[in-house]
Ligand binder design. Structure first.
Ligand SMILES: *Cc1c(COP(=O)(O)O)cnc(C)c1O
Length: 395
């Protein structure tokens, strides 16, 4: 047998973490790496945050899992806090981002169905989008590398180039249910929606009675210095998928909606065995306590500005390699002039610096939201050293 015990769908590297301490990961062979990847924007509080660890341990000992057939004081309390701090009136808890997207797609279709327009089933999606790996989520992206070999995919998705409002407008027809997009594309290479684009989609949705569905799985939950990324744009969605940072490492996602947009999601239309269980809710509460604490989001904004400025200062010293830096808050992308995957591997293997590659030759910089100035200084030192002794592979 040559197949590995873990289905070989990931190109796993030689760095094998066994312990985490704040902003550091320690590997099986004792290497200590600065973690500016944070599980791809998941470990919002870093590793081993005492309040999160304590909340999970205490809840595990009290009540780990019950069925969604029972009343949920834990779920109601956590949902209410999210409602109090967002556009939403209601939500469905999931165990991952892609499940939150599935719920969002279903809610959008059901909204039109219960409003007497079942033909309005198609979501207008965008180039280079990433929404997860279920059949529904890969149907909502036009990226061939995610779709190939999995056809037939779900019908009801069409695609316009990202940030092209006219192209999105031109796709609207009698079958359109709404728009689905990331306000800042993550896997697509830290690509923010322009102000005119996102505001324009909101206006088009209002004009045609469509739903604006946002995927804030990566950009949401404090990552950009606002609780949700759409707050930068002065608009609100009708439906929104959240995950990654929301559980700080505990598997948790949510599909948030307005009362109007959730009109179709009535008894029997959706479900999950694990979604919103007491353990996940305890983790969510502990993360939220930190994120909503006075001054926390301001600190994320300040650290993001410092980090971006420091990267900008470094770029001219290595302008054969670095092109520019873009993004918001602590969701930054360094655009390289050559393959970003090779550079991410070099920084990891030779300088104990963890970042994540993305499309468009971008190195994603997604540190835990709790970083301090000393971590930024260490990051810049490591990044500079990595750039200095890096040989881009011949193309
Ligand atoms: C990670 C991600 C997803 C998928 O989340 P999973 O938890 O891996 O299912 C969906 N959308 C965006 C924008 C993401 O970054």
């Amino acid at each position: 047998m040559t197949i590995t015990p873990l289905m070989p769908v990931y190109p796993r590297c030689g760095f094998r973490p066994v312990r985490g301490e704040g902003v550091y990961l320690i590997s099986e062979d004792g290497r200590r790496a600065l973690d500016f990847a944070a599980g791809i924007a998941v470990n919002a509080l870093g590793h081993g945050h005492p309040a999160l660890v304590k909340a999970i341990a205490e809840q595990a000992a009290t009540l780990m899992h019950v069925s969604n057939l029972y009343g949920s004081p834990q779920g109601e309390a956590f949902a209410q806090r999210l409602i109090d701090n967002s556009f939403a009136d209601t939500m469905f808890f999931t165990n991952s981002g892609t499940e939150a997207i599935e719920c969002a797609i279903k809610a959008a279709r059901r909204y039109h169905y219960v409003n007497g327009a079942p033909e309005r089933h198609t979501l207008i999606c965008f180039g280079n989008a990433f929404h997860g790996r279920t059949i529904g989520a890969i149907s909502a992206t036009n990226q061939p590398k995610m779709r190939e070999g999995f056809e037939p995919l779900a019908p009801g998705f069409v695609y316009a180039p990202f940030n092209d409002l006219a192209a999105a407008d031109a796709l609207i027809d009698v079958n359109t249910a709404g728009f689905l997009l990331e306000p800042i594309q993550g896997e697509g290479g830290i690509m923010p929606a322009t102000d005119a684009f996102l505001k324009g989609l909101r206006a088009l949705a209002d004009k045609h009675g469509l739903l604006l569905v946002l995927d804030e799985v990566q950009a949401g939950y404090g990552r950009t210095g606002k609780f949700f990324a759409h707050e930068h744009y002065g608009i609100t969605p009708d439906i929104m998928a959240v995950a990654k940072g929301i559980g700080g490492g505990f598997p948790l996602g949510a599909c948030l909606a307005t009362e109007k947009a959730a009109a179709g999601m009535v008894i029997g239309t959706h479900g999950s065995t694990y979604g919103g269980g007491p353990l996940a809710m305890a983790a969510g509460q502990a993360v939220l306590d930190v994120i909503l604490a006075d001054g926390f989001l301001e600190q994320v904004t300040a650290m993001g500005a410092r980090l971006e400025a420091a990267i900008n200062q470094l770029i001219p010293n290595h302008d054969h390699l670095f092109d520019h830096v873009r993004g918001k808050g602590l969701m930054l992308g360094i655009k390289l002039k050559s393959d970003s995957r090779a550079f991410v591997a070099h920084a990891r293997d030779h300088h104990n610096l963890l970042t994540v590659a993305a499309a468009d030759n971008v190195v994603r910089v997604l540190p835990p939201l709790i970083i301090e100035e000393a971590h930024i200084a260490e990051f810049i030192e490591k990044l500079s050293a990595a750039a200095a002794d890096y040989q881009a592979p011949a193309s």
